[in-house]
Design a protein around this ligand. Structure first.
Ligand SMILES: [Zn+2]
Length: 480
């Protein structure tokens, strides 16, 4: 492996254009990122309202990659050879140890700020929850617990992956992220913003966060303590779509780096999240367990896209044969992905769309995905995105898995959270247990049998409720 990479480094410096084993292209318009250079987070050909589903998406050269069998506890070290940044750094002349040192330095900074660095997260069958849901001994519910991850959710994975690409780009002094003083920017109401603030602070980068007026005061206080610059974005009457996202778009257009979890704005958010799928594949292989279903809560779509992609890569690299039915789970309050899935399935009139069908959909985004018309309210606040930004990858992966979306009501979201906390002792929040709500719905309708195995991801920890003495406006100094 090192000989191969050393040879590649020579090729790169000679300017022969030799490619890296991981390349990026836009899944919508086909733009190919130049080989051996930092990849733009966002497709540079994306323009407003062109109806193309621009997302920078990776492809692997399977002949030059293998699924890492290492036992390092930090997933960004264990799976480093599956990151574009790693191969970019090696092409730049770094040694393997140089890259590991970069990850360790950033991880130590994260730990100093947040109390712990990145470690593979627990994954196991939960007997009490399985019994409660009526599963037999050979079936059951497996939980991947992200509540103890950096900043209390899986979101930091998306942003650590992004940071690694940006840090190598900065070292290369070229391309996106090379301007060491460019600000990072994110639109989020909670976990993603907290994760971005921790990871950005670890890299000593300035961060702008665009938040809604109803962001939780405890989240706001923590963001301020981490040094993030906050902008509260109220909805404007008659203007559809998420106002925080519109402000983020404007900031990126003005030169900010989209340090965000929307896949169309930041393809590397998906790359960082692939570690979830890798860990699932490795853990299931170690247990010798099959997996029939995977229930994934969907808001902006990065979690589901990442898990689908990580498992697909693990299959391509022969690390697993598992191909569970994917069930994206949305709240009835905002279900743009389920709507898009229904429209695609209806339009194609087939359970097995061809590449041509997918390409057609990628060029007719507005036929499937547009902002949810009403302002959504739900106990699962983290999955109320107006749009599922990375919708096509999720719908495509769902169809390919022979799975289907599940839409759940408020009572089910609340019941799932109560059951989750009571049976597992994990302090998960209602967004984090929303995948389980989907499983409750599937069990209710007999669509998952008691002998089947199902995985859910508890994505985020329940935040402590801060004293509500001060209003959000008082804390952040006005609504604008
Ligand atoms: Zn594009």
């Amino acid at each position: 492996m090192s000989d191969l990479l050393d040879r590649r480094a020579t090729t790169e410096t000679e300017g022969a254009g030799g490619g890296l084993p991981i390349t990026f292209a836009c899944a919508g318009c086909g733009y190919k990122a130049p080989a051996g250079r930092p990849v733009p987070l966002r497709c540079p050909r994306a323009v407003p309202d062109d109806d193309i589903d621009h997302v920078m998406t990776r492809a692997l050269d399977l002949t030059h990659l293998s699924f890492p069998a290492g036992a390092e506890s930090n997933p960004f070290i264990r799976y480093r050879t599956l990151f574009h940044a790693y191969h970019l750094a090696r092409a730049l002349g770094w040694t393997d140890a140089d890259h590991v040192a970069l990850v360790e330095r950033l991880d130590a900074a994260v730990a100093a700020i947040d109390g712990g660095g990145f470690r593979t997260t627990p994954f196991a069958r939960n007997a009490a929850l399985s019994d409660r849901l009526g599963f037999a001994h050979d079936g059951g519910v497996y939980i991947k617990d992200e509540t103890g991850n950096v900043s209390g959710s899986h979101k930091a994975r998306h942003l650590m992956g992004t940071l690694l690409e940006l840090e190598v780009a900065t070292a290369m002094d070229a391309g996106v992220g090379s301007a060491a003083d460019a600000r990072f920017a994110i639109a989020s109401c909670g976990n993603a913003a907290l994760a971005a603030a921790v990871v950005a602070a670890a890299a000593r980068r300035d961060l702008d966060v665009f938040i809604p007026p109803d962001a939780h005061p405890a989240v706001v206080a923590r963001l301020r303590a981490l040094g993030a610059q906050l902008t509260v974005c109220a909805r404007e009457p008659g203007v559809p779509g998420d106002p925080t996202y519109r402000r983020l778009r404007a900031a990126i257009d003005a030169g900010a780096i989209g340090f965000t979890c929307q896949g169309n704005e930041n393809g590397f958010a998906i790359e960082g999240g692939l570690t979830l799928g890798y860990e699932l594949a490795a853990d299931l292989a170690a247990m010798g367990t099959s997996l029939d279903h995977l229930c994934l809560q969907v808001g902006g779509g990065a979690l589901a896209s990442s898990c689908i992609g990580g498992l697909a890569e693990a299959r391509a690299l022969a690390a697993t044969t598992l191909n569970p039915r994917i069930h994206p789970v949305q709240s009835r309050a905002a279900a743009p992905l389920a709507r898009a899935h229904e429209r695609l399935a209806h339009r194609l009139d087939s359970d097995d769309p061809t590449e041509n069908d997918i390409a057609w959909a990628a060029h007719h985004r507005s036929a499937f995905m547009w902002p949810w018309e009403s302002e959504p309210h739900s106990v699962a606040t983290g999955i109320l995105d107006d749009e599922t930004y990375d919708w096509l990858a999720v719908v495509r992966g769902t169809i390919a898995s022979r799975g289907w979306p599940v839409v759940v009501d408020e009572a089910t979201l609340i019941e799932a959270n109560e059951v989750a906390r009571a049976t597992t002792g994990i302090d998960v929040d209602p967004t984090g247990s929303a995948g389980l709500a989907g499983l409750l719905e599937l069990r209710r309708h007999g669509r998952v049998g008691s002998n089947e195995t199902v995985a859910v991801i508890f994505t985020g920890v329940q935040r402590e409720i801060a004293p509500v003495a001060s209003t959000l406006e008082a804390q952040v100094g006005g609504p604008r």
